[in-house]
Design a protein around this ligand. Sequence first.
Ligand SMILES: [Zn+2]
Ligand SMILES: [Zn+2]
Length: 263
Amino acid sequence: MLGKVKYNRGSQVDLKVFRLDLHIHTVLSPCTELAEMTPRAIVRAALDRDLDMIAVCDHNSARNTSATRRSAEGTRLVVIPGIEVTSAEEVHILGLFPSDVAAEKVQEEIYARLLGMNDEDVFGYQVVVDEHDQVEDLDQRLLIGATTLQVEKVVRMIHEFEGYAVASHIDRQGFGIFSQLGFIPPGLGLDALEVSRQSDFDAARSRYPQCRDYSLITGSDAHFLDDIGSAVTLARMAEPTFEELGKALAGVDGREVLKGKTL
Ligand SMILES: [Zn+2]
Ligand SMILES: [Zn+2]
């Protein structure tokens, strides 16, 4: 927790500034360093970097989210289950969910729309682990690939399961909404845009004027332990919960996303 307590007139609630990294991959993402991004190691790194809330967002899967959340039990770290969905147009969209069950239901929908199998020699292993970092399974699906879901359907599906939909790394040349579509389709209903750690909010707003219509967050997109917390979103909230995060993204009741901070 950072910053001063702010008295929020009207609601009688003390709001504080919390440190969030809402885009972290685990060993389930084939591009991570093998055996490095395990639940226990991620939780330890997040606490070391004074984070209050993280989201685990693997490519097209939530199979390591509940293990990471369980691994953080008894600590002050809040772990939000997430999935980084690849749309048919190869746009990456983060889905952040209120519960493991919601994330797992979305995962079922995604798995029914994924094509092909993983080639472990080319892409690497996709390791499913428990909260003690014990290997439970190797996922054989081509998680790194695109789903057959158009971006509108991805956002609608995330909302159907009461999640928040955030366009990933919008400033990147690959897999960002602007690089893939050229613009944000009207009425898409995104809850926020994520600016990568290589950029900052002001640069994103001046390069992509549509950014001014959305809340911006940043995240590390960590594939290595050292990257965790390398980009942090500061959010003013009553407490680090999924519901409060939604209010901060919507900018209601005095809650707000203040800025991204690249460390
Ligand atoms: Zn991505
Ligand atoms: Zn990512």
